[in-house]
Write a protein that binds this ligand. Structure first.
Ligand code: ADP
Ligand code: MG
Length: 204
């Protein structure tokens, strides 16, 4: 069966180092995207529509064409995240492929196996053509499944207490990691071991 595989980008780095900005740039031209948006940031970006209820999210993901929604959920965040992941899985299987941005995973997963529908997405979503952007500042507290299935790691400045974990998981050298300046990051391909250093720049 011929499929266009998606990619799983695991994005790490301390707070305000540029994770969301980088992912926003990478998804800028996406016609179909869902963002799990607990901090209500994505819904403020141009081209994104805010949805706050399950009903609105369900209606949005059934749209076959252009659709960019940021789900700002209330209530139990873990349950809502599971629901959001279920919607993305449904959309990819029954409507059309899409991009999925999942912010601050340490709050909704655990260091063990990825839970529920998030687990399904990171294990089987790529085969369905879903591009997943998995973001956390503390990967030692987020799930191993996403970490272990990454197509690419995007690694920004890391705090000392997380540096060993990030180095071990990505194959980067601790000393190499310490050379990162603000807004610099490594892009790591875990299969070819290719490492490129890049920098986020802002035009004013
Ligand atoms: N247009 C801009 N010019 C300069 N700095 C910016 C601009 N946009 C964002 N930033 C910087 O990026 C930082 C936040 O980046 P963000 O992507 O939200 O980080 P993270 O997601 O890692 O917490 C802000 O603290 C700000 O300093
Ligand atoms: Mg962010």
């Amino acid at each position: 069966m011929k499929t266009v595989d998606g990619r799983l980008y695991v994005v790490s780095g301390a707070s305000r180092c540029g994770k969301s900005t980088q992912v926003a740039r990478m998804t800028k031209n996406s016609r179909r995207a869902v963002a799990w948006d607990p901090e209500a940031q994505w819904c403020e970006l141009p081209g994104w529509r805010k949805v706050t209820t399950r009903k609105e999210l369900l209606a949005a993901i059934q749209t076959p064409g252009h659709m960019r929604v940021a789900y700002v959920a209330g209530g139990d965040l873990k349950e809502e995240f599971d629901f959001c992941c279920g919607c993305v899985w449904y959309a990819a299987r029954h409507v059309a492929p899409l991009d999925y941005v999942a912010e601050e995973l340490a709050d909704v997963s655990t260091p063990s196996k990825a839970p529920g529908n998030w687990g399904i997405l990171v294990r089987r979503g790529l085969k369905r053509g879903i591009n997943i952007y998995a973001i956390s500042q503390r990967w030692s507290e987020a799930d191993k499944t996403a970490m272990g299935n990454a197509s690419y790691y995007i690694v920004f400045t890391t705090r000392p207490k997380d540096i060993k974990y990030v180095a071990n998981s990505t194959g980067l050298d601790i000393e190499e990691l310490k050379t990162l300046a603000p807004f610099q990051f490594f892009m790591v391909d875990p299969v070819t071991h290719e490492i490129t250093k890049k920098k986020l720049t802002f035009s004013r």
